[in-house]
Design a protein around this ligand. Sequence first.
Ligand code: SF4
Length: 349
Amino acid sequence: MLKLLRQIAVTGIASEPPPRPDPSLRVVEQRLKSEVLALFSGSLSIRHVDAGSCNGCELEIHMLTTPHYNLEGLGIRFVASPRHADLLLVTGPVSRNMETALRRTYDAVPDPKLVVAVGDCGCTGGVFGESYASCGRVSNVIPGGVERNIGRHGCDEVAAQCASIALEVGRLRDVYDDHAGLQDRFLTCGHLAPELARQLGVVGLAARASGLALDARVAPGFEPYDRLDVAMKTHGAGDVAARVTVRFEEIFESLRLLRAIVEGIPLGEVATPFNTVGGRGRGLGRVEGWRGEVVIALEAEGGLIRRCHAHDPSWQNWPVLEHAVIGNIVPDFPLINKSFNLSYSGHDL
Ligand code: SF4
């Protein structure tokens, strides 16, 4: 006993001092309170399911229930029965042993309901991925729709971030415009003539910087691009300077599109039922990625994939590099290479 008392006297108070009051948290608190009031008639009941986590996420969730965060004061509480819940909070990758239990819990939550996957494991499968023991991310077990609702506040945040990125990129472009020496090095370097680009079937930014009007957002122009009036950026010079110019212009156009998309997000259900299609069928998906168009062709039968062919813009554009470097000095190779900025693994897929 004496030994223990001595130890206490020598050690003193070892815990950290409590955090200072942060006035900005008051704003977050008020916003949460008004959102819970508006969306859930004043109270949000959460049923938590640990589908196979390492318990790290649970530690964080447990901290949320301490007086410091005053969740109950905001109308948010954890409930024992899924029948009393508005929202299912799922942690961890879904282990095979928990797959049925998670489905049953989901079915027991009354409609309309929300599902929130927590952490890297819940959202992507994390380091556990998919295996004989793990179904991976939560949406593999409760599929359909998007993983979470961005909400009005999330849309405003995206729009604000777009505005601040546009400012930063604008400053970067001013630096580029003020350096005549830099532009001089880029001009005529790594030239790709429009005719050669056409023959090699070049896509994306590299094609547009060589004067080819190719952009899957414009033609065929699937939703939502068909109503966003996408301004295709092209340049006829086909050199490094042209690719830099097109990239700058495309960044500003992409930020404009992003803002228009978040401003026009429709209200409605976040999740939709996932229906498997019987019989045999084929489909073709085509999107304009930041390096060019990504194409996936798929053949399915009885709800299973029979054949699949994925085509990446980098695979399409790599052969062009050996033509673009001809006649240039060796130190310009990295510059030309990076102006196409292709992926070695074709990871745009
Ligand atoms: S995300 Fe996965 S690894 Fe990280 S704390 Fe949660 S369960 Fe553990």
